[in-house]
Ligand binder design. Structure first.
Ligand code: ADP
Ligand code: MG
Length: 240
């Protein structure tokens, strides 16, 4: 579904991603772990071109999205992204948040977009929250709305950047529950998370990043129990 070749990203003199190569197949759940500052968020942001790679190529569903002549917006619509800080629009109701992109970008009729939104709200267990504002929601509810909003564009792939890191512990489960539903529906997902239990349960592959590189990758159970690289061992010793 997506192939990344020799991806590099520099912010001025700071070389943040160093020769990243990875291929992600349809239906895969790729979990990315690694210390703070290792480039995990930048990598996700490069995948949907929220950041412009300095060098390298990203091919998504057969099209080179790093090619300047490619329609970035069209490709980006096929990738949903969920952030640590939810990023809901505070001045819009829940249903307005969810329908904004389908109406603006997909030119959907409002009635049709509302119908899609209400279905998604049902899926994330929040159909009673359609007409409230984000500040009336708990963190876990906000994040479930953010997931519904991303799904409203019917993406082929979902990117999650530490979706539960900003949540109180008792709300982590409800968000992971929605994500697990997506796994059973066959969604292709790339997830940056520190939830190792979740990674072990649903991950088809774990990638350990450190200092802008993919240091090690493998099946979750193997990588967690028998890390090969000293830096992976070191990191896991601190977080497991
Ligand atoms: P992680 O998500 O693994 O914590 P990030 O991808 O956020 O790591 O950051 C990797 C490095 O890139 C850090 O040193 C960070 O300070 C730097 N960085 C990230 N975004 C920017 C930016 N927009 N401008 C300059 N430096 C940045
Ligand atoms: Mg990050």
């Amino acid at each position: 579904m997506i192939q990344v070749s020799n991806l590099n990203k520099e912010f001025g003199k700071l070389h943040v991603l160093k020769d990243i190569n990875i291929k992600i197949n349809k239906g895969e759940i790729v979990v990315i772990i690694g210390p703070s500052g290792s480039g995990k968020s930048t990598f996700l942001r490069c995948l949907n071109l929220l950041e412009e790679p300095t060098d390298g190529e990203i091919v998504f569903e057969g099209a080179s999205i790093t090619n300047k002549y490619n329609d970035i917006n069209k490709q980006r619509q096929k990738m949903g992204m969920v952030f640590q800080q939810f990023n809901l629009f505070p001045h819009m109701t829940v249903i307005e948040n969810i329908t904004l992109a389908p109406i603006k970008l997909k030119k959907m009729e409002r009635a049709a977009a509302n119908k899609v939104a209400l279905n998604l709200l049902k899926r994330v267990g929040l159909e009673d929250k359609a007409f409230v504002y984000p500040n009336q929601l708990s963190g876990g509810q906000k994040q479930r709305i953010a997931i519904a909003r991303a799904l409203a564009m019917a993406p082929n792939m979902m990117l999650f950047d530490e979706p539960t890191s900003a949540l109180d512990p008792e709300m982590v489960g409800e968000v992971l529950g929605v994500m697990k539903e997506l796994v059973t529906e066959g969604m292709t997902m790339v997830i940056v998370t520190h939830e190792m239990g979740f990674a072990k349960e649903v991950g088809s592959r774990v990638i350990f990043m450190d200092d802008g590189r993919i240091v090690e990758e493998g099946y979750p159970k193997e990588l967690f129990s028998q890390p090969k690289h000293p830096r992976t061992k070191d990191f896991l010793a601190k977080v497991l």
